[in-house]
Design a protein around this ligand. Structure first.
Ligand code: MLT
Ligand code: ZN
Length: 473
C-alpha cells in the first residue's frame, strides 16, 4: 500500500469495519480479476478490492483514502479497451458490482435512475418492458456495466442515429475524492444552469469522481427494425458508400463496416459459416433502419440498396426474421473478441469525419505494409469510427515494442490531419495517454491537469490515466 503512515493490517481493519470482511477481498483470484480488463494482456495486481453497496460506504472509503493518500481505482465490469480501470499503481480497486439496483423507471418522464453496477443489457430490457428505449448499444452490452459506460462515454452500433452515452446522461450522483456527495445537474431534458459538471464527469474514466447514481433520458421504443448485410468487392468502396447513404437523405440506426478478415475471424470464432463470404468479397456493410412503420422502413431499405448499387456489390442479404437478425448482430458483436483471439494485439479506436473514412482505412493498410503489421478493421462506419486491431502474429518482439509505437503515432497524426481524433468510444485510459500531445496543445493539456487537480488534489483517484505525465513503468 502506498502509505507511510499505516500498516497493511490497520488499513484492512478500517475497511473491514466499514464494509465487513466479505466485501474486502485480498485473495489471489479476486486480485487477478480486479487487475485486468479487456485491454491487451495487461495485469496490474492491486493489494485489495473493496465492494461497496451504498453511496455512504463509497464516501467513507474515499475520505479515508484521501486522508492517508491511498491510491484507489474504480472499476465496472472490466470490459474496457483502453485500460481505464487498470490499477496501474496497484493499491486499492473499488469494485462497483454490488451497486446494481435499478432505482426508478419514470415512465411519465422517460427517465431511469440506476446504480452503476447494472449490466447495460439488463437496463435496456427493464426499460423496454415499460415500452421505453435506452438506445446506446455497446458490443459488450451483455456484460458491461452502465457505470463503466458513463465513465468511458461508450458508443456502440446505434450511435449513428441515437448518439452515445453523453447524449443520455441527465444527472449524476458522484462522490468526490474528499468524500463529498454531489449531484452534477438536474433531472431535466434541458439545463442551461452553470458549468456542465455532468458532462465533465461523463468520459472522465474514474479520474475525477466515483459515480454512484445515474439518471438517463429514455426514448419511446421503436416498433420495427430491418437489417441487411451488403457485400463489397472493395473495402475502400464500402467506406466510400457509407457517406453516400447519408447524402441521399437516410439515417440508418446502424451502419457498421467489417472488412473480409473481420468477418472471417468472427465466423471462425462462433463456428458458424452460414453467412456467405464469396472469394472476391473484401468487406461488408451491416445496415439497420428502425421506426414505427414497416412499410416506410421497407422503402428506406430499398432506397439505401439503390444508393449502394452504384458500387460493385454482391448479393444483399436481407435478414427478414428475428433469428437471422440475431445471427448477423452476433457476428458483428463478437468481431472484436474474434479479431483478438488469434494473436497478441493492440487496438486503436480512431475516429474521423465520416466522409474521410476511406482515406483512414487506406492509411492503416499503407502503414501495415510499411511497418510489416497485419490489421483487422471494422467498426461504426456511420460515425467515421474505425476499430483497428493490430495483430502481432510473427512480428519480432523488438519491432512490436519499439517500431510499432512509431506506426501508431503516424496513424494518429494522419487521423488528426483528417480532422479526427484518438478515440471515438473506447477512451484514452492507460494505453493512449502518450499520444494526447498529438491532439491537444500544451495549453489544452494544462487545462485538463487543472481540472484533475481541482477535483482530486492528492491524485488518489485512478492516477496514471488520460494525462501523459502519469506514466507508470
Ligand atoms: C466493437 O465495436 O465491437 C467494440 O467497440 C469492441 C471492440 O472493438 O473490440
Ligand atoms: Zn465499437
Amino acid at each position: 500500500m502506498h502509505t507511510n503512515e499505516l500498516t497493511q493490517q490497520e488499513v484492512l481493519d478500517f475497511f473491514n469495519s466499514v464494509l465487513g470482511p466479505q466485501r474486502v477481498l485480498t485473495d489471489s483470484e479476486n486480485l487477478h480479476i480486479a487487475g485486468a480488463d479487456h485491454t491487451e494482456d495487461f495485469v496490474f495486481l492491486p493489494e485489495l478490492v473493496l465492494q461497496p453497496q451504498t453511496t455512504e460506504e463509497v464516501s467513507k472509503i474515499l475520505v479515508y483514502c484521501n486522508e492517508h493518500k491511498l491510491v484507489i481505482t474504480p472499476r465496472g465490469a472490466g470490459t474496457g479497451l483502453s485500460g481505464g480501470c487498470l490499477p496501474v499503481l496497484g493499491s486499492i480497486v473499488l469494485d462497483m458490482r454490488r451497486m446494481n439496483r435499478i432505482l426508478d423507471i419514470d415512465v411519465e418522464n422517460f427517465q431511469v435512475t440506476t446504480e452503476p453496477g447494472v449490466i447495460t443489457e439488463v437496463l435496456q430490457n427493464a426499460v423496454r418492458e415499460q415500452g421505453l428505449f435506452y438506445p446506446v448499444d455497446p458490443a459488450s452490452k451483455g456484460s458491461c456495466f452502465i457505470g463503466g459506460n458513463v465513465a468511458e462515454n461508450s458508443g456502440g452500433a446505434r450511435a449513428v442515429k441515437y448518439g452515445v452515452v453523453k447524449d443520455y446522461v441527465l444527472n449524476l450522483e458522484v462522490v468526490l475524492p474528499d468524500g463529498s456527495v454531489i449531484w452534477t445537474g438536474a433531472n431535466t431534458l434541458k439545463n442551461a444552469t452553470g458549468y456542465n459538471l455532468t458532462q465533465l464527469v461523463v468520459g472522465s474514466e474514474g479520474t475525477l469522481a466515483v459515480i454512484t447514481k445515474i439518471v438517463l433520458k429514455l426514448l419511446p421504443q421503436p416498433a420495427k427494425d430491418l437489417l441487411i448485410l451488403v457485400p463489397f468487392y472493395s473495402a475502400e468502396e464500402a467506406c466510400q458508400a457509407v457517406n453516400k447513404v447519408f447524402l441521399a437523405g437516410y439515417t440508418p440506426s446502424a451502419l457498421e463496416f467489417m472488412e473480409r478478415d473481420a468477418i472471417m475471424a468472427a465466423r471462425k470464432f462462433i463456428g458458424d459459416y452460414s453467412i456467405p463470404l464469396p472469394e472476391a468479397i473484401q468487406a461488408h456493410l451491416l445496415i439497420e433502419v428502425d421506426g414505427q412503420e414497416e412499410a416506410y422502413l421497407m422503402q428506406e431499405i430499398e432506397g439505401i440498396v439503390q444508393v449502394l448499387a452504384q458500387f460493385s456489390t454482391g448479393e444483399v442479404l436481407f435478414a427478414d426474421n428475428q433469428k437471422d437478425k440475431d445471427k448477423l448482430w452476433r457476428l458483428r458483436r463478437v468481431t472484436g473478441e474474434a479479431a483478438k483471439a488469434s494473436s497478441i494485439y493492440k487496438e486503436e479506436d480512431t475516429v474521423v469525419p465520416r466522409a474521410k473514412l476511406p482515406q483512414l482505412l487506406a492509411k492503416v493498410k499503407e502503414l501495415g505494409k510499411a511497418y510489416g503489421f497485419d490489421s483487422i478493421c471494422y467498426g461504426h462506419a456511420g460515425d467515421g469510427n474505425l476499430h483497428v486491431n493490430i495483430l502481432k502474429n510473427n512480428m519480432p518482439d523488438e519491432v512490436w515494442k519499439h517500431e510499432l509505437p512509431k506506426a501508431i503515432r503516424e496513424l494518429f497524426v494522419y487521423t488528426k490531419s483528417l480532422g479526427g481524433t484518438l478515440s471515438g468510444e473506447h477512451g484514452i485510459g492507460y494505453v493512449q495517454k502518450d499520444f494526447m500531445d498529438i491532439v491537444f496543445s500544451e495549453v489544452e493539456l494544462q487545462l485538463m491537469r487543472g481540472i484533475k487537480k481541482l477535483f482530486d488534489p492528492n491524485n488518489i483517484l485512478n492516477p496514471g490515466k488520460i494525462l501523459p505525465e502519469y506514466r507508470v513503468g
